[in-house]
Design a protein around this ligand. Structure first.
Ligand code: PAN
Ligand code: ZN
Length: 181
């Protein structure tokens, strides 16, 4: 561990995510205009959709904390871009610290799954499954993800083909509907 970054122990819960943010080495900001090609109706509004804070672990894993604002773009609930991992063996663990949402999973063959992801819950993303998280609640949706350093993120395939399902508002509630494209 000679070259390890000096990480201190910290407790991770929704009340003190600032400890994670302080230790983070990378901050990704996604605004609506960064999501053109992902949301059907994304435009250059400057609206913040989500932040990701990343901590590079000293050994084989990195951690990402995603904080997603509530809201919609057009009919679609706020969501991440979603990606396949470039490494065929890279899996990932997701845990929800706060809020109410879903994860969409899609295999390379196009098999689609969705699971609820809310406070106290987690999801295992096996190798080869694209994943996107969606905030269907009224508050921030806060997720911890742990993934291999060499996972790599392929956004192009999702941008080009999308997911087989969209999460939209119907009669004031969320519904998972087929993506017409
Ligand atoms: C997560 C995601 C994060 C943001 O840390 O990177 O939730 O989603 P996008 O990367 O799809 O914009 C993860 O899955 N890492 O592998
Ligand atoms: Zn991932």
């Amino acid at each position: 561990m000679a070259d390890s970054p000096s990480l201190n122990p910290f407790e991770l819960r929704k009340e003190n995510i600032d400890k994670f943010i302080e230790a983070s080495t990378n901050h990704i900001i996604r605004r609506e205009e960064d999501m053109i090609g992902f949301f059907k109706e994304a435009a250059d509004t400057g609206k913040l959709i989500y932040d990701v804070y990343e901590i590079e672990g000293p050994h084989s894993t990195d951690m990402g904390l995603t904080i997603m604002k509530p809201g919609k773009v057009g009919r679609e609930y706020h969501m991440t871009k979603g990606h396949f991992h470039e490494s065929g063996s890279a899996d990932e663990y997701y845990f929800c610290l706060s809020g109410k949402g879903l994860i969409l999973l899609q295999s390379a063959e196009g098999e689609l799954r969705h699971m609820p992801l809310d406070e106290g819950g987690g999801v295992y993303v096996p190798p080869g499954w694209a994943h996107r998280t969606v905030n269907v609640g009224n508050d921030d949706f806060i997720l911890l993800a742990i993934f291999p350093k060499d996972a790599g993120h392929d956004y192009g395939t999702i941008k080009e083909k999308g997911f087989g399902a969209m999460v939209v508002e119907v009669d004031g509630k969320y519904a998972i509907v087929d993506n017409p494209n």
